[in-house]
Structures are given as structure tokens and as C-alpha cells.
Design a protein around this ligand. Structure first.
Ligand code: HEC
Length: 94
């Protein structure tokens, strides 16, 4: 004879599964020390290609990189510290 799980056992399983998923996703929003420790070159290589090709540091002059940094900070939702690191890298690597 087949045994069927009672419905409430299945719903409990679903509730536990979703709680586990939400705990993991809440955790991933917490700023980690690893992110704060990232270098300009790391932030540049990880962020700029989310929307377009990663621009080479040689593309613009240091003055233009300052402006691009401000523009892309708002586009990419970067913190000021992240923007400063990226712009420093772009200005120093040309
Ligand atoms: C959220 C998407 C997004 C991210 C992330 C992003 N950009 Fe952009 N970028 C754009 C868009 C869209 C444009 C086209 C101009 C506009 O409409 O703002 C652009 C244009 C540019 C330009 C052309 C000049 C200008 O200022 O318009 C440069 C250079 C540039 N991005 C550099 C960067 C760098 C460097 C990063 C990494 C720090 C970056 N972008 C990250 C969306 C993004």
C-alpha cells in the first residue's frame, strides 16, 4: 500500500526551505570585510563590465577619469570609497 505524506508535512518542508533561502540572501547583503579590502583594479574588473566592456585605463586622461568616475558611480551604485579606488587605479595605470 502506498503511503502519502500528510499535506502539513509537505508545507512545513516548503516553509523550512524558504526560510533557509531567505536567511542566506539576507546574509549576502551584509557588507563583508572582503569587499572593503578590494583594490581599485579588482573593483574595476568586477564592476564596469556589468554593463559594457571594461574601459582600458589608457582610454582617457586623468581629468576625464574623474568625471567618468562620478558619472559611473551613480550608474553602478558604487560607494565613494569604491569610486575613489577605481579612479585612482585608472589614473595611475596609463
Ligand atoms: C549599471 C551599468 C553601468 C555600470 C556598472 C558601469 N557603467 Fe559605464 N556606462 C553605462 C551607460 C548606460 C553608459 C552610457 C552613457 C550614459 O547613458 O550614462 C556608460 C558610459 C560609460 C563611459 C562613456 C563616457 C561617459 O561617462 O558617459 C565610460 C568611460 C564608462 N561608462 C566607464 C565606466 C567605468 C570605468 C565603470 C566601472 C567603474 C562603469 N562605466 C560601470 C552604464 C554602466
Amino acid at each position: 500500500m502506498k503511503k502519502y505524506k500528510p499535506l502539513h508535512t509537505i508545507s512545513l518542508g516548503i516553509i523550512i526551505l524558504f526560510s533557509a533561502i531567505s536567511i542566506f540572501s539576507i546574509n549576502s547583503c551584509a557588507p563583508s570585510k572582503a569587499v572593503a579590502a578590494k583594490s581599485g583594479v579588482q573593483l574595476w574588473s568586477e564592476n564596469c563590465q556589468r554593463c559594457h566592456n571594461t574601459p582600458s585605463p589608457t582610454t582617457f586622461s586623468p581629468e576625464i577619469w574623474e568625471t567618468v568616475g562620478m558619472h559611473m558611480q551613480t550608474r553602478a551604485l558604487l560607494t565613494e570609497a569604491e569610486r575613489d579606488k577605481i579612479v585612482e587605479f585608472l589614473k595611475s595605470s596609463r
